[in-house]
Write a protein that binds this ligand. Structure first.
Ligand code: URA
Length: 219
């Protein structure tokens, strides 16, 4: 059921600090997102059920171990384009994930003074079928107003109802989190930081700027 997990591992926090730094170059920014995707994958695995199994070692003796059954039931959706490096990291952990993409654009002109919400234009959706045993992970590094992720969820959940729905973000706001959980109370939000504010253009403050531009080049 709905919850928020802030990844406070010092390595995740150190990488985030590099991402926030305006002097960090494009390639280092992208690499940082990949590394955070991997760390987030580890964190998500911690919440998965395990079963005890037994294997025989080359010495002919039995050893008890664990199997994580859910690893074979992961669906990852990336919201283009900023999520691409984050997903590159996530798939290092969820190598068998079925994957999809959603292309979503925030319509800047739709912003009304005094409101924090935007219209979202979804121009492409390619999502695999989602089954009831699946763990759905939707990756989008910046959960600001929640406009994008709620639109994306509306489209993606048409493909099936998963066992768990996880939002993988890097920086979220309280406003965005509350909006997502109001519309999708079962969502689980993983993030590395919750920032206090947004500016009048819906950018997270202090934030890290435009994640897509910083990872792939400016507008
Ligand atoms: N998207 C971004 O890339 N950055 C923000 O601060 C908000 C939304």
């Amino acid at each position: 059921m709905g919850r928020v997990v802030v990844i406070d591992h010092p390595l995740a926090q150190a990488i985030l600090t590099t991402l926030r730094d305006r002097n960090t170059k494009q390639i280092e920014f992208r690499k940082g997102l990949v590394r955070l995707g991997r760390l987030m994958g580890y964190e998500i695995v911690k919440s998965m059920d395990i079963e005890i199994v037994e294997v025989e070692t080359p010495l002919g003796v039995k050893a008890k171990g664990v199997r994580i059954r859910d690893l074979d039931h992961v669906v990852i959706i990336q919201v283009l384009r900023a999520a691409m490096p984050l997903v590159e990291g996530l798939v290092k952990i969820f190598a068998n994930a079925r994957m999809g993409v959603v292309s979503a654009r925030r319509v800047e002109e739709s912003h009304k003074p005094g409101s924090l919400d935007f219209d979202i234009e979804i121009t492409y959706v390619k999502v695999p079928r989602i089954f009831k045993d699946d763990i759905l992970i939707i990756a989008d590094p910046m959960l600001a107003t929640g406009s994008t992720i709620t639109s994306v969820l509306k489209h993606v959940l048409k493909y099936g109802v998963p066992k768990r729905t996880i939002i993988a973000s890097v920086i979220a706001t309280k406003y965005g989190i509350e909006r997502v959980l109001k519309e999708y109370p079962f969502a689980e939000i993983y993030t590395v930081a919750i920032d206090p504010e947004m500016n009048e253009r819906g950018y997270i403050v202090p934030g890290l700027g435009d994640a897509g531009d910083r990872a792939f080049g400016g507008p």
